[in-house]
Design a protein. Structure first.
Length: 366
């Protein structure tokens, strides 16, 4: 249907009367009270009736309260047992100021994680939310809130409304294959020569918003590796007849003990996140210095059968020299490599462009 199912459901709630003496069968409901929805849907009568029946059945109350039905001849007739039950059902679809705030926040900051077909179905709710907030004092909360998970005011540019039709189709295709656990083939615009321009056969495992990029964690059949692919860089997507390969979490992630010496401001940052549930802190003799110990998940490197320090090193690098990694050795070595490379980069005699060009390949090399 062109109208969202929530809007259609709301119309059904309003169109059924209170009292057994005012019961109505679905055929009459469609022809006499839902004709505008029927016309807009462009569905066949049987298809439209099937959708209406599904919604009505989902609202039936087994205990004889709320929405009820009686059988007359070969047809069921439907009615609300009381005005309160009807009002309660209707209120479920009312856009309160609090719900409007939640819809506005999601649309503003997290739209890329909503599958395109769901985002499209929520257009009525998004519009109602805007209308409600236009006359609500809750707008002051939105104007006073900044959502900056990266530490700076920047958000993903992936946008349902500005995306082209082809981009939305590709986006939806990847979501569908992931949810339905189906393989697909694609080409990928990678900076790594081993993946660029080659046809990949992928078994999608998870959709991930990572560093403001919407990615898919997928098993690549030809290389028998599992890695992240940026959805916007996938192209020439087609369904594949290959058997889907489900990958256990233990096959693409490993848990490792991490220890580091950090300043108390870094400790405070950890304590403000879910890391606080995984970490222990020990005060050291030097003022403001703490030993932090925690167990973290590391992805398995797609080029090497060992933990990949890339994402954790990126995160810890944001604290600069206010944290020094002690273990594990592979993470410590990557932090050392970055520190040495950065020191060289700011040497006036350094060929900066050559250093920057080579950097991602050094992180991904064998």
């Amino acid at each position: 249907m062109k109208s969202s199912n929530s809007e259609f459901r709301n119309a059904i709630v309003r169109s059924i009367d209170v009292g057994e003496d005012k019961a109505i069968k679905i055929k009459d409901l469609i022809e006499n009270r839902l004709s505008s929805f029927r016309k807009e849907s462009q569905d066949s009568f049987d298809s439209f009736k099937k959708n209406a029946s599904r919604i009505i059945t989902s609202m039936l109350d087994d205990e004889g309260e709320g929405l009820s039905r009686i059988k007359k001849g070969n047809a069921y007739w439907y009615y609300w047992t009381s005005q309160k039950d009807k009002d309660d059902a209707f209120e479920q679809f009312e856009m309160s100021e609090e719900r409007a705030f939640a819809f506005a926040f999601i649309k503003e900051y997290l739209p890329e994680l909503i599958p395109p077909h769901i985002f499209l179905a929520l257009q009525t709710e998004f519009k109602r939310a805007e209308e409600v907030l236009d006359h609500s004092e809750l707008t002051k909360y939105l104007s006073k809130i900044d959502f900056n998970p990266m530490g700076y005011d920047m958000h993903s540019t992936l946008d349902h409304e500005s995306a082209t039709i082809e981009e939305r189709k590709a986006w939806q295709f990847v979501f569908d294959c992931t949810f339905e656990e189906k393989c697909f083939s694609a080409k990928y615009q990678s900076i790594h020569r081993s993946f660029d321009a080659k046809e990949l056969i992928l078994s999608p495992q998870r959709i991930v918003l990572l560093n403001q990029h919407l990615k898919i964690l997928a098993h690549e059949h030809n290389t028998n590796t599992t890695r992240y692919f940026e959805i916007g860089k996938l192209h020439d997507l087609t369904a594949s007849k290959e058997q889907f390969i489900a990958v256990k979490k233990t096959e693409y992630e490993t848990r490792e003990k991490v220890s580091a010496i950090c300043h108390k401001w870094v400790k405070s940052n950890f304590e403000a996140t879910s890391l606080a549930n995984k970490a222990t802190f020990t005060k050291l003799k030097t003022d403001n210095c703490w030993l932090v110990e925690m167990e973290l998940s590391f992805p398995i490197h797609f080029n090497r059968k060992e933990p990949d320090p890339f994402f954790i090193a990126n995160y810890l690098s944001g604290f600069s020299d206010s944290i020094v990694v002690l273990q594990p050795e592979f993470l410590k070595k990557e932090m050392q490599r970055r520190a040495i490379s950065l020191a060289n980069a700011y040497n006036e005699e350094c060929d900066v462009e050559a250093l920057v060009t080579e950097s991602p390949h050094l992180m991904a090399s064998n």
